[in-house]
Design a protein around this ligand. Structure first.
Ligand SMILES: [Fe+2]
Ligand SMILES: [Fe+2]
Length: 430
């Protein structure tokens, strides 16, 4: 009697994209299975936990399978094996389960060539090969690792190079991806997944230039987040929403700030000297009230993107730097800071702060007291070898920096602001 053929297709499907469906369609066409089990992962052993629920990922797969015409989804069985366990599940455990469930069947484990090339590093991979035939979809330029050939079947089709993590990044940056099926994309929008709803809101509430600025900034910030091990979704939320209130008129910002003055440090200074700074506090408020963001790291990064702070998280520094150094800024300094940020985020933060101070000098504006404190502290931290200059009495307010007109102008500004502060305190004492 002919053995029953079963394909097992597992993955986090975060999100499910066109290549997933194409791979499954080819596998069904070639193997002609009696059953297909789609096992949506609860938590991948290789990836951080997805913010999109198991149910949403499973639903998106079902919707996409219908749109992709996968021979009617009745043949697909969505099995909650990994979800039911509620803990990290390795593939060998999944395959073991199905081989016990179907002892007389021929099992095929479907995977893309990207997974295949790291397969010999998977836990108990030999057990997987003993219990199932590997069904591999090749990508262009694929060179297989050496494994016993008898347990591997390569599909005839060649598949596009698409990865869920890249698709996810594109969704965070652009709000859409050409690798996502229309029906899946509509579901994402309806369920407010992958920040698509934030993009939609920004498009309606920001001018085109500002919207582009937020997207370019997100692109850079995600690269930096990757480099410094910061959560990508948190980073994208902070950068997308950092200027949510930036296009509001000054009187609206002032009105909002007056109602929320207790939440705003240096309220009087900002009101009298630079009311536009209120936009950072109001943007954090929009993130909280409109998009239900509760994460303090995200809200603080939004609040502090205009003035900085002494104790800033890496996310806060990434947001601050990306605001100045995104590709939408064509000034030469943006490219320099961009490069610097990948080597030393603190140094890039300091350079970005200096850029803002230069702007303040050019516009003949007052410097926020907190920015001054941050400048003084950072100049000591980043140029400690120059600290001896301070002891020798050359400067009373932080060591001299690398030199040049800009640095001396900034130092003068810092000096004047600090002196003003001292006088103010003395007057208060009198
Ligand atoms: Fe801003
Ligand atoms: Fe900005």
């Amino acid at each position: 009697m002919k053995k029953e053929r079963i394909i097992i297709y597992g993955g986090s499907f975060d999100p499910p994209h066109k290549a997933h469906f194409k791979l499954l369609k080819s596998a069904i066409k070639e193997i002609r299975p009696d059953k297909v089990y789609v096992v949506v992962g609860w938590q991948s052993p290789f990836k951080s936990f997805s913010s999109v629920s198991y149910h949403d990922r499973e639903r998106m797969f079902k919707i996409g399978a219908r749109e992709f015409n996968l021979g009617g989804i009745s043949r697909l069985i969505f099995h909650p094996f990994e979800y039911d366990r509620k803990k990290i599940t390795y593939t060998y455990q999944t395959i073991n389960y199905f081989s016990l469930k179907h002892p007389r069947s021929q099992l095929f484990f479907l995977m893309g060539s990207d997974c295949f090339n790291s397969f010999n590093r998977w836990k108990n991979y030999k057990l997987i090969m003993k219990k199932a035939v590997l069904l591999v979809g090749k990508r262009k330029g694929f060179l297989p690792v050496s494994l016993p050939k008898k347990a591997i079947v390569f599909l005839k089709d060649v598949f596009p190079e698409i990865s869920s993590s890249e698709v996810k990044k594109t969704l965070f940056i652009k709000g859409f991806s050409k690798n996502i099926l229309v029906s899946v994309s509509a579901y994402m929008e309806q369920k407010k997944l992958y920040l698509i709803h934030i993009h939609k809101w920004l498009k309606l509430n920001l001018n085109r230039k500002r919207f582009r600025h937020c997207k370019e900034m997100t692109k850079l910030a995600l690269e930096l987040a990757d480099k410094y091990g910061v959560d990508l979704e948190k980073t994208a939320i902070a950068t997308l929403l950092h200027d949510a209130a930036r296009d509001l008129r000054e009187n609206k910002l002032k009105l909002w700030a007056n109602k929320n003055r207790k939440k705003i440090p240096f309220f009087r200074f900002i009101m009298d000297n630079a009311p536009l700074i209120f936009h950072s506090y109001m943007s954090a408020d929009i993130a909280r009230s409109k998009f239900f963001i509760k994460d303090r790291d995200i809200l603080n990064a939004i609040k502090l993107h205009a003035i900085g702070a002494l104790r800033m998280s890496i996310l806060g520094k990434i947001v601050y730097v990306s605001d100045i150094a995104g590709k939408d800024r064509d000034a030469a300094f943006a490219a320099t800071i961009r490069k610097e940020a990948f080597f030393n985020i603190d140094a890039a933060f300091f350079s970005a702060l200096k850029c803002k101070l230069e702007y303040i000098i050019k516009e003949k504006k007052r410097m926020h007291p907190r920015s001054r404190i941050v400048y003084q502290a950072l100049s000591k931290k980043i140029y400690p070898n120059l600290a001896s200059a301070k002891q020798s009495g050359k400067s009373s307010f932080g060591p001299p920096l690398a030199g040049g007109k800009t640095d001396s102008r900034i130092r003068r500004l810092v000096f004047n602001e600090a002196r003003r502060e001292i006088h103010k305190r003395r007057r208060r004492r009198i």
